[in-house]
Design a protein around this ligand. Structure first.
Ligand code: SAM
Length: 282
């Protein structure tokens, strides 16, 4: 039987599909992050299926157990604490193990905080980048954000309340002030969509604090093509002059500027040609 990935509500218990309820009811076992949390959901829908926990420390061990069950023909439903399993939660470990074993999976559509936030932001008609949680360590966070400086798309970040202030500070420091929407407590009583620029948002978080679960959606930026081009080409030229290998340059520039590899390679070829034609200065 396939592993059935079942999204669960991110706040309002009514946001579960009929198919999810039926799947959870009919499954032989429900694999969940935290059995106590999932049991609240199951009780609410009078679902009596047994649960088994997987969490950050035992996913691999549990995955083996679940694989055995799937191979025996049992139906295993996978849920996480909230939303779509595998999106910024340990569900992905189980999913990957099952895929690697060649066992089929199926996924039910359902609640996901990132999608709801993107839609509520009003930016959903443009390409977007789902980032999820930023690194905890300031240096790592700064470096990671630096790789996004020239990324022109809408960006979606998951923030936790006690780190929101620090993370907003680093985002502004590296990406600059952009328009954004802070989507808090989606589908809950205190749902709020706070629309402002990042500086104003930071000021508000500083003065009033911030509570609850939240997603930050940052508007796309209109990087002038010309400017963008000269920035990545400048960086490519610099790395070329430093004598780095073509492969390293391509890796660095594509990572940092999200330029297709073949475009960077073509530009390096031009630089090489120029190099050959350059008369030697005596
Ligand atoms: N798997 C989940 C999903 O599909 O969205 C995400 C799990 S991740 C561990 C939890 C993070 O999702 C929270 O820190 C918050 O950023 C976001 N989140 C979850 N529920 C939310 C809600 N009701 N409102 C806003 N953000 C939420």
């Amino acid at each position: 039987m396939p592993l059935v990935i079942v999204p669960t509500p991110i706040g309002n218990l009514e946001d579960i599909t009929l198919r999810a309820i039926r799947t959870l009811r009919e499954a032989d076992i429900i694999a969940c992050e935290d059995t106590r949390r999932t049991s609240i959901l199951l009780q609410n829908f009078h679902i009596k299926t047994k649960t088994i926990s997987y969490h950050s420390f035992n996913e691999k061990e549990r995955a083996d157990n679940l694989i055995e069950r799937l191979n025996r023909g049992e139906t295993v439903a996978l849920v996480s604490d909230a939303g779509t399993p595998g999106i910024c939660d340990p569900g992905y470990v189980i999913i990957n193990h099952v895929i690697q074993e060649g066992i089929p999976i199926t996924v039910l559509p359902g609640a996901c905080a990132a999608v709801s936030a993107l839609v509520a932001s009003g930016f959903s008609n443009r390409p977007f980048l789902f980032v999820g949680f930023l690194p905890d360590k300031t240096g790592d966070r700064r470096r990671f954000l630096q790789s996004l400086v020239n990324h022109p798309w809408v960006m979606i970040f998951y923030l936790s309340p006690h780190k929101a202030l620090k993370h907003l500070e680093t985002i502004i420091e590296v990406l600059g002030n952009r328009q954004a929407v802070l989507c808090r407590e989606i589908s809950k009583i205190y749902e709020e969509f706070y629309r402002s620029d990042l500086e104003q948002m930071l000021e508000r978080v500083r003065t009033d604090g911030v509570r609850g679960e939240m997603v930050l959606v940052i508007e796309d930026v209109d990087l002038p093509m010309e400017g963008h081009q000269s920035i990545w080409q400048g960086q490519t030229g610099k790395l070329y002059m430093e004598g780095l290998s073509e492969k390293t340059i391509v890796n660095l520039v594509t990572d940092q500027f999200h330029i297709p590899r073949n475009v960077v390679k073509r530009y390096i070829a031009e630089l090489k040609k120029l190099d050959k034609n350059e008369p030697e200065v005596l």
